[in-house]
Design a protein around this ligand. Structure first.
Ligand code: CDP
Ligand code: MG
Length: 713
């Protein structure tokens, strides 16, 4: 590293917390990189377009610099004058976090000051934050407390092509907010307050949460809102039409040719095929990093282990392969690793979920391995079930994935399926709003005072049946009244919790059953993927480890045992060796017990957040001690829609959907097969499996959920 001296280098080094010598080249490199991005050529024009249009649609190829650069241009262009914030929404938390870190670095400021991010359970912003990255779901939640989103002068809805349910609903909401704010601004000029009050506003007032109404009343001027919608897909028409013919501009990207390779035959095991392809590239191809698209944490971690196990078997000179995972629940400091260049002589292989398709652009990729699969949530309105399933990608996704190989030079994409399969893929992914349970969204819209869900101005209307089923679910959970209004207090409380309605219900019921202490742990543990891991070659050992935690009552109590055991270990270890060492010891403890330490850490973070949430809401956090009966009854009282009864042949019938299901082999009740169970989720592979299962008494259902179950006379 060349050493450089400059008059301001010490200040700069302080900001970067680096040394004098490595700071300047990095800053210069970043400046150079920024200038070279395709979007830099149109900075001026974009600023003009934003000034001239209240709604602007920006379409640009992935990697052209939209997400990282535009907010900085707007900031420098004076769009934060008067303290307004530029809010940028992302469908994925990983993108919000990594991009915010990058932009803070580009601006040379500590994260959380001028540039910050906020995602569920993690808020790194302050009163000085002006460029705020966040998830689309989080901004929706903010609207509950600030219905006009008055803090924001500009809102950028990024990655709109992803069409998550939150993005779609947010667009609908922003349309109203924008209208009201520009109307509000002109009304203020006319000194006429009343016109600006729409139903949303009045509803808030009735709610007693009318801070903005108050401000408004006191004469605070509502300033107009600029709205920018950014998308990687060329089809801007749908957004443009939705916003009354809004202007769309295109940012030209750069793309080098990508050589497409297919398999001759369909692969039966795409994990194995991906593994072989990784090594084939590593051993036979020239330098360049590899990006592999997988469907989730479990797959990623299993390939990571397999690659690491095989590496030592290669000749010494061929072992320079660095495996780097990236997925949503990975701790954020680990997520940043994908952006760091590999040490000299090493090749990086990045194992990613579809997050790397468009949300984050990783430099240095020359080879893409695409098994052609993706995990999606689906919803079957007739049964009310919402299984996560692994399906084939769409053509649009496959193209985005292969495009990742040609950003910095010519690349290669290995599709792990035959070429004719590509042409059979669907053109694009169905918007999530058409294939998901809407109860969460309905709960939020209701809390915003939007009662007429069917009449809501959706970008694309969800299925009527799905709306009805989701309302029914909310009604059965006690969140809605007979008149389909939000119930008091349960519905309001449920809307305030950043959780699935059933989990929120579980916490609320638990405070009545005096087991909220335990339920907070259970819900935190259910909110993360794969607490346990069972490597193929150590299956027996991992089973023995699991047995030491397992409860004959089921998986929820087993999860509770794991959490408590880890806490106990951690606390003891802290006393003996101090905080830092205790963290390390805990990771070791996890390894010995075949527990995924990343997942456990994530669960601990979620736990502390939701604990704060329920305390703020005034719920009583008490413990049921060693008696687990109240906790099981409480699970029955909240998961009653996921109840199943054993059939003579040992399978189960899910009571509300009528589906035949089996207990997943990973459950502690897999062999015990109790008469009646509740479950957390239904996984559909070749079988209908239910996961995270607890034994309950059939009679509790009629007692605790009479709105759903009655005993036969
Ligand atoms: O949003 P868009 O896909 O147009 O591009 P972007 O996310 O703004 O990325 C622009 C450039 O910044 C790419 O070359 C990325 O590789 C780089 N980048 C980075 O180096 N580190 C990050 N954490 C994020 C982006
Ligand atoms: Mg982007």
């Amino acid at each position: 590293m060349p050493s450089m001296a400059s008059s301001n280098s010490s200040d700069a080094a302080k900001i970067n917390q680096g040394t004098k010598s490595d700071f300047i080249p990095r800053r210069q490199k970043i400046e150079q990189h920024r200038k070279n991005l395709p979007i830099a050529a149109v900075e001026k024009r974009l600023l003009e377009e934003v000034s001239n249009n209240d709604v602007l649609i920006i379409v640009g190829e992935t990697g052209s610099g939209k997400t990282t650069q535009l907010p900085q241009y707007l900031f420098n262009g004076g769009f934060c004058r008067n303290g307004g914030i530029i809010g940028i929404t992302q469908p994925r938390r990983v993108a919000a976090v990594t991009v915010a870190k990058r932009v803070a670095e580009e601006c040379g400021v500590p994260l959380g000051q001028k540039v910050g991010y906020a995602v569920r359970f993690d808020d790194v912003t302050s009163s000085s934050t002006r460029i705020k990255y966040m998830t689309d779901g989080l901004l929706l939640r903010e609207a509950l407390l600030d219905p006009y989103l008055t803090k924001y002068s500009v809102i950028i809805v990024d990655e709109a092509h992803e069409r998550t349910v939150h993005t779609d609903v947010l667009l609908g909401l922003l349309k109203t907010v924008q209208k009201t704010r520009s109307q509000g601004a002109s009304d203020m000029l006319n000194n006429d307050h009343s016109k600006a009050e729409n139903s949303m506003l009045l509803a808030k007032e009735n709610d007693g949460q009318c801070t903005n109404v108050e401000k408004h009343r006191r004469g605070k001027k509502l300033s107009p809102l600029k709205l920018i919608i950014m998308s990687a897909s060329l089809d801007a028409k749908i957004f443009s039409e939705y916003f009354g013919g809004a202007r769309a501009v295109h940012v030209q990207g750069r793309q080098y040719p990508v050589d497409m390779l297919y398999t001759y035959q369909p692969e039966t095991d795409y994990i194995d095929a991906a593994l072989i392809t990784i090594f084939q590239i590593h051993l036979e191809e020239g330098p360049g990093d590899i990006l592999v698209f997988l469907t989730g944490q479990e797959e990623i971690e299993s390939i990571q282990r397999l690659v690491q196990e095989r590496l030592p078997k290669l000749p010494e000179s061929k072992r320079k392969l660095l495996v780097i995972p990236i997925f949503a629940s990975l701790p954020s400091e680990k997520q940043m690793k994908v952006f760091m260049p590999a040490p000299i002589g090493f090749r990086k292989v990045i194992l990613a979920t579809n997050i790397a398709e468009t949300s984050v652009t990783i430099p240095g990729i020359k080879y893409v391995v695409d098994p052609g699969m993706v995990k999606v949530r689906t919803y079957d309105a007739s049964t009310g079930i919402e299984p996560l399933i692994i399906v084939k990608t769409s053509k649009a996704q496959a193209l985005q994935r292969s495009g990742r190989a040609g950003r910095e030079g010519p690349g290669k994409c290995y599709r792990l399926y035959p070429e004719n399969e590509f042409y059979k893929l669907k053109d694009s992914t169905t918007p999530e709003i058409k294939r998901c349970n809407l109860s969460n969204v309905i709960l939020q819209l209701k809390a915003l005072g939007i009662d007429d869900i069917v009449g809501f101005d959706f970008l694309e209307e969800p299925d009527r049946m799905a709306i009805i089923k989701s309302m029914e679910l909310l009604f059965l959970l006690g969140a809605l009244t007979d008149e389909s209004k939000l119930s008091d207090p349960v519905g309001h409380q449920m809307a305030r919790l950043p959780l699935d309605p059933i989990y929120s219900k579980a916490l609320i019921v638990a405070s009545q059953f005096n087991c909220l202490e335990e339920m907070l742990i259970v819900v935190a543990m259910l909110s993360v993927e794969s607490i346990f891991y069972a490597p193929r070659e150590k299956l027996e050992e991992s089973r023995t480890a699991l047995r030491s935690f397992s409860s004959p009552e089921g998986d929820h109590l087993t999860l509770l045992n794991v959490y408590r055991a880890s806490e106990e270990f951690f606390e003891k270890s802290k006393l003996v060796s101090g905080n830092e060492k205790a963290e390390k010891n805990l990771r070791k403890w996890c390894k010995e017990n075949f527990i995924n330490s990343r997942s456990l850490k994530h669960a601990r973070d979620i736990h502390s957040q939701i604990r704060k949430n329920v305390e703020q809401m005034g719920l009583r956090v008490t413990s049921c001690g060693d008696d687990m009966l109240p906790l099981r009854r409480c699970l029955a009282a909240s998961f009653f829609l996921n109840a199943a009864l054993k059939q003579p042949d040992g399978t189960y019938r899910a009571l509300s959907s009528g589906l035949m299901v089996q207990i997943h082999p990973s459950s502690v009740l897999f062999r015990m097969k109790p008469e009646c169970i509740i479950f957390d989720e239904l996984v559909r592979t070749n079988q209908n499996y239910v996961r995270n299962v607890t034994r309950i008494d059939f009679l509790w259902l009629a007692e605790l959920a009479p709105q759903c179950y009655a005993l036969q006379e």
